[in-house]
Design a protein around this ligand. Structure first.
Ligand code: GLU
Length: 448
């Protein structure tokens, strides 16, 4: 509930201006609910218009991306880059290529990114971008031409000291390679302008694994501190089968858990014997196939159409790693009913407000996305450092840094929650800890 007058006033303004952007409103509202005790204790935030400025992107770039498909036909997509907040560092955040992308979706992601990047302890501002381009069914050559057209415009707005994009849904190693190549060609400059690059051209070891591994490091640490427990012997439900889900499965298994599901936008597979990750990797990373194929290849595994059913599979821990709002109130009830005690988010904003209410009412350990999935952008920050030094660290060194960052996110979130009377609340803690650093920097730098 919004009760603080200042917070209410700013939220009403956002509703009025951006009422047609439901995902953005949802992200802002959740953060604002957590920030009420903070702005009450710190009148300087209101005096400096911090919330009003926080919800208004510094810059929104929206552009045409025209390209020619394999049959010679002209295609036109829409491109976006939202440069949301640069108080603590250059804009940083991924690019998403998906038919559902619009300005509101990119704004919600960019807004989340401000606080997420702040939580990593590294100097990165918040940004996000992408396009409504759908790479499904497109040839490599079409993806390349699209990426080149997209970067031709984007290149005017980014740079290693200005804005450093990376991947998100449907933007992985292949797309980053094409985007990097085009930037280099246009600018005649070899710099760390993108992260998630190939290892041959400035990428960081452990960046591919970082979001999924980081999610498990975060979950393991929260379990240890708040429940004196671990992944050992637990049954885990994971949604998705992309980069985040694959490496979350890998690390959860390494930590002694049994992962029993994987999904994509068509349906999910349930494997009571535990997911065979080499098969998922072969399907998804090997030939960009559908998850249905898993059940055709692995005896004992079942395939079910539709992705919501994955939340009815009994488990101890759920790690949503697919997309926004994939768990609604009803799915959250099903999780609780079937024994789930922990939900930590690998995707961005995968739980609706109703789902979060169900977690809270039932005392689940809930690790919100902006904290739990910060490992990806954290290693992106480490990639930027390595590019600046012009050297590369070993896998072990980078992975150890990632683990310690995820552990400090748990500690800093819990400390912030305690300071503002929300002891043990990882969501309030993440919102508060992420915000305070950005807000103090905004106050120090004057009205911009
Ligand atoms: N797209 C990822 C995220 O949601 C990573 C962003 C990055 O590495 O810049 O945090």
């Amino acid at each position: 509930m919004l009760t603080d007058e200042y917070v209410k006033k700013v939220y009403a303004q956002v509703e009025k201006r951006d009422g047609d952007q439901p995902e953005f409103l949802q992200a802002v509202r959740e953060v604002f609910e957590s920030l009420q005790p903070v702005v009450e204790k710190h009148p300087e935030y209101e005096a400096n218009g911090v919330l009003e400025r926080l919800v208004e992107p510094e810059r929104v770039v929206k552009f045409r991306v025209a390209w020619v498909d394999d049959s010679g036909k002209v295609q036109v997509n829409r491109g976006y880059r939202v440069q949301f907040n640069s108080a603590i560092g250059p804009y940083k955040g991924g690019l998403r290529f998906h038919p559902t992308v619009n300005e509101g979706v990119i704004k919600f992601l960019g807004f989340e990114q401000i606080l997420k990047n702040s939580l990593t302890t590294l100097p990165m501002g918040g940004g996000k971008g992408g396009s409504d381009f759908d790479p499904k069914g497109k040839s490599d050559a079409e993806v390349m031409r699209f990426c080149q057209a997209f970067m031709t415009e984007l290149s005017r707005h980014i740079g290693q000291f200005t804005d450093v994009p990376a991947g998100d849904i449907n933007v992985g190693a292949r797309e980053i390679g094409y985007l990097f190549g085009q930037y280099k060609r246009i600018r005649d400059e070899y710099s760390g302008v993108l992260t998630g690059k190939g290892l041959e051209f400035g990428g960081s070891l452990a960046r591919t694994e970082a979001t999924g591994y980081g999610l498990c490091y975060y979950t393991a640490e929260a379990l240890r501190v708040l429940r004196n427990d671990s992944f050992e012997g637990k049954t885990v439900v994971i949604s998705g089968s992309g980069n985040v889900a694959i490496f979350a499965t890998e690390k959860a298994q390494a930590l002694g858990a049994k992962v029993v599901t994987a999904s994509d936008s068509n349906g999910y597979v349930y494997d009571p014997n535990g997911i065979q990750l080499d098969v998922v990797k072969d399907i998804k990373l090997g030939h960009r196939g559908r998850i249905k194929e898993y059940a055709e290849r692995v005896p004992g595994a079942e395939y079910h159409e539709g992705c919501k059913g994955v939340w009815t599979v009994p488990c101890d821990i759920a790690l949503p790693c697919a997309t926004q709002n994939e768990i609604d109130g009803e799915s959250a009830e099903a999780l609780v009913k079937n024994g789930c005690k922990v939900v930590c988010e690998g995707a961005n904003m995968p739980s609706t407000p109703e789902a979060i209410e169900v977690y809270q009412k039932n005392g689940l350990l809930y690790g919100p996305a902006k904290a739990a999935n910060a490992g990806g952008v954290a290693v992106s920050g480490l990639e930027m450092s390595q590019n600046s030094y012009r050297l590369s660290w070993t896998f072990e060194e980078t992975d150890a840094k990632l683990k310690s960052i995820m552990e400090s996110i748990v500690a800093n979130s819990l400390a912030a929650a305690k300071e503002y009377g929300e002891e043990g609340d990882l969501m309030a803690g993440a919102n508060i800890a992420g915000f305070v650093k950005v807000a103090d920097a905004m106050v120090a730098q004057g009205v911009l």
